[in-house]
Write a protein that binds this ligand. Sequence first.
Ligand SMILES: NC(=O)c1ccc[n+]([C@@H]2O[C@H](COP(=O)([O-])OP(=O)(O)OC[C@H]3O[C@@H](n4cnc5c(N)ncnc54)[C@H](OP(=O)(O)O)[C@@H]3O)[C@@H](O)[C@H]2O)c1
Length: 266
Amino acid sequence: MSRVAVVTGASSGIGRATAVALVERGYRVIGTSRAPDAIGAGAVSGVEYRALDLTEKASVEAFVAGLDQVDVLVNNAGESQAGPLAELPSEAVERLFHLNVLGPVALTQALLPGMRQRGYGRVVMVGSMLASFPMPYRSSYVATKAALRGFAVAARFEESVFGVWITAVEPGQVDTGLRDRRTKYLAEGSPHTADFTTFLAKLDEQQARGITPEKVAGTIVTAIEARRPRPLYAVGSNAPAMFALRRLLPRTVLERIIARAYGLSR
Ligand SMILES: NC(=O)c1ccc[n+]([C@@H]2O[C@H](COP(=O)([O-])OP(=O)(O)OC[C@H]3O[C@@H](n4cnc5c(N)ncnc54)[C@H](OP(=O)(O)O)[C@@H]3O)[C@@H](O)[C@H]2O)c1
């Protein structure tokens, strides 16, 4: 019998590519979207689409209630957000935490007991390399991805003994169009206007040169199919070299390198 995989945010980008890869490998894939009926031509043949809005508790509960057996959960859906911390509306920060952290955590909590009972499970949290390489104007996003990794790498100790492995996959820059959907907040007349504008232009430029979502999907499949998945997989943005530099260089030097790479006046 084929394994059942849930991929959140399967309507585009990394989630869609992961759904394609898992269908090709024989999984029964349940993909989510806030509006499954609107996916249209982007729908992947063989994927069963269901509605899920991770910012709505009732939607998460209804989605979970409709599930039977789930062997693999890919917590992929997410929002990219940018803005100076001092100017981020609290509703925006709360929405981001519901979507990027609390929704995926609730979903994981609901599905872990069944995985444990069946003695097999894989949970992949799609984080971001930004959790290890923080950038200015991304504090809310960085914080959500760091939180997600925290849940993954800590809880894996609890569940791996039952054959259930939780792992984080952290992509660098990926060319998915996420940048066009990024929510941005900047107050009128903000003292950050010049740096924020320069930073976003560089960020968009780098994301357009990013790796493909298919490459990230390949890493997610590797994490799912490993006998003992690692706590963390990083992919894109020269991850091996960047993590080596992070180990070698003082944090302040790394901060200056990041600021320079994004054209900031530091
Ligand atoms: N692109 C990058 O450079 C990059 C780098 C590092 C990490 N990541 C992470 O990778 C993941 C996927 O990103 P992507 O680039 O593939 O983005 P994307 O193409 O914009 O896909 C985001 C997905 O999230 C879903 N989604 C949005 N709001 C939602 C909500 N309230 N409830 C449930 N689902 C929702 C969307 O589905 P619907 O709109 O159909 O609901 C969509 O399928 C995200 O967690 C992102 O943070 C991306």
